[in-house]
Write a protein that binds this ligand. Structure first.
Ligand code: FAD
Ligand code: MLT
Ligand code: ZN
Length: 513
């Protein structure tokens, strides 16, 4: 039976995850792996005065210890740097002057967007200067005929999408951190998100970029056209470069028309096998209106329920797997009918055990909240070890099972046992993209847990020919593990590129490769 949903909406907006417990310094936690590069200069008064001149009368410099904390720490409260200075330029020219000076002086820097990254890439490791793009946050132009948006890199994703909504367009990327992350940060990480299935990767939708190279040169391809086969496609180098070769200051992106109708269903299924079969069916039956296909395992929903303080919308939370399907198109009646028929058929075939379709906008947001609140729910017991993985669909959930067995064997896991350091390994993600999120939810971060997980997780992924990063990037967390996915030639070419653009290595050091 398909029931209507009576639950109230949980907010979709993003809440920063702060508590008073101090986060250990990244440099100390990982002391065996990293030490400060002695060739980098230490910041002094002359440098600060110089930056004050660039930024006109000192506005845009943060040096106060309390104010620095937000920029030094990451969203998971797992990484903490020791920067003494945040700079907030308001123009591309100011970014250029800052970087040129830093390069000449060998002052290391970390570009930072909304600081929602999940691999420790947006925070310094030692005393790198943080260059926040939050002051560059304007919409530069929008062409209502082509749908091309040109904006500053520091524009918050949700603000970009709200602007586009008024014009009948949609930003071709959506993710749970949209209220905080920047468009430039999205490009720098090549974020995937909840609707990649429909709109594809930023490698396809970004048409041009403006970026400042370490020597202060401003690279500008903002006027790019939809089709342009003249030479190397240079902008691609910056998409997913995580602040290692330059600072993105402007983005030109192709935005699709906003669908007029959205429908969402939440389903309960009894096996991972069924998840795959429902996916195949959804692609076939819902075809061009399918815009998201997400899955969540039982414990991800139990944690989400504890966090949201709500009962699960499907009678019980006893199903091993849940699926969220979104359709979007131009005719609500047609789309709803399609989704209802699909759901009824899937139930008749015994693939879906229970399901619910949102009856209005409030219910639609409420159903999405059971998916979108998982990242925050995962941290609520203390912390989370995150693995963001691409795998062949058939193997996707096998990793979660293997990790839970490993944790059991080590005797360190107990969902309801507060004496155990690990709560549980949960799995969810973008099935439509072959992208699993494995979250090992912990009561504390510790070397003991990390040793059980790594390199085990990376070896498992390699054995299935997967990727150790589907969408979050390498950052600090995975810089030593890139070899599990990329071969020696690929790594050599990457290192050469890095050296070419950033010979002094000042851009986001100790990260990536
Ligand atoms: P930051 O976190 O500030 O920076 C990330 C990296 O990019 C750093 O290496 C930084 O140095 C670099 N960088 C930032 N801005 C620039 C710039 N202008 N120029 C050069 N380098 C720059 N990610 C996904 O892919 N899919 C998801 O579905 C998703 N959901 C999320 C949900 C939640 C609740 C949270 C907390 C995170 C989620 N993320 C997701 C991860 C994160 O939001 C994305 O990686 C996002 O794109 C980061 O943007 P940001 O502006 O916060 O960048
Ligand atoms: C998501 O899909 O929710 C994000 O990639 C973030 C996460 O997994 O924590
Ligand atoms: Zn994701």
């Amino acid at each position: 039976m398909i029931r209507s949903l009576l639950r109230s909406t949980a907010s979709r907006s993003f809440v920063c995850n702060y508590s008073s417990k101090a986060v250990p310094l990244t440099a100390e936690t990982y002391s065996s792996k990293v030490s400060r590069n002695p060739s980098f200069k230490k910041l002094d008064e002359t440098d600060i005065k110089h930056f004050q001149t660039i930024l006109n009368d000192g506005n845009g410099l943060i040096t106060d210890a309390d104010d620095l904390l937000f920029y030094n720490e990451d969203w998971m409260r797992k990484y903490r740097g020791q920067s003494q200075l945040v700079l907030k330029p308001k123009s591309t020219e100011q970014v250029s002057s800052i970087i040129k000076y830093c390069n000449e002086q060998k002052l290391a820097v970390v570009p930072q967007g909304g600081n929602t990254g999940l691999v420790g890439g947006s925070n310094p490791v030692f005393d790198e200067i943080i260059i926040s793009l939050s002051g560059l946050n304007k919409i530069r132009a929008f062409d209502e005929v082509s749908g091309i948006l040109k904006c500053d890199a520091g524009l918050i994703l949700e603000n970009a999408d709200n602007f586009l909504a008024e014009k009948g367009y949609i930003f071709p990327l959506d993710l749970g951190a949209k209220g905080s992350c920047h468009v430039g940060g999205n490009v720098a990480t090549n974020a995937g998100g909840l609707r990649l299935l429909r709109y594809g990767s930023l490698h396809g939708s970004v048409l041009g970029l403006e970026a400042v190279l370490p020597d202060g040169t401003i690279y500008n391809s903002m006027e790019s056209l939809r089709k342009d086969n003249t030479g190397y496609d240079l902008k691609q180098l910056f998409i997913g470069s995580e602040g290692t070769i330059g600072i993105i200051t402007g983005v030109s992106i192709l935005c699709p028309s906003r669908p007029q109708a959205f429908s969402v269903a939440l389903l309960g299924v009894s096996s991972y096998e069924a998840v795959q079969k429902v996916f195949v069916g959804a692609r076939k039956e819902l075809s061009e209106i399918l815009s998201a296909f997400e899955f969540m395992d039982r414990n991800s929903q139990v944690l989400a329920g504890q966090h949201l303080k709500l009962d699960h919308p499907i009678e019980s939370d006893q199903y091993p797997f849940y699926i969220l399907i979104e359709t979007s198109g131009s005719n609500k009646e047609h789309d709803d009918e399609k989704l209802e028929t699909f759901l009824a058929n899937s139930m008749e075939e015994g693939l879906v055990d229970d399901g619910i379709i949102a009856q209005d906008e409030t219910q639609l947001k409420s159903l999405w909240s059971w998916r979108e609140s998982i990242p925050e729910s995962s941290t609520m017991n203390g912390g989370v070890y995150k693995y963001d993985v691409s795998l062949p669909l058939k193997d996707l959930y096998g990793l979660v099972e293997a990790v839970n067995v490993k944790l059991q064997e080590a005797g360190i896991v107990g969902f309801d046992d507060p004496t155990k350091p690990v709560v549980e390994a949960i799995g969810y993600g973008h099935v439509g993209d072959g992208n699993l999120h494995l979250n090992v939810c912990v009561r504390e971060y510790s070397k003991e847990i990390e040793k059980v997980l790594e390199p085990f997780v990376y070896e498992w992924i390699q054995s299935k020919n997967g990727s150790i990063s589907a969408e979050h990037g390498l950052g600090f967390q995975k810089k030593n593990y890139i070899g599990y996915t990329k071969n020696d030639v690929e790594i050599k070419l990457m290192k050469e590129l890095k050296k070419h653009y950033d010979p002094n290595g000042i851009m986001n050091p100790y990260k990536y490769i």
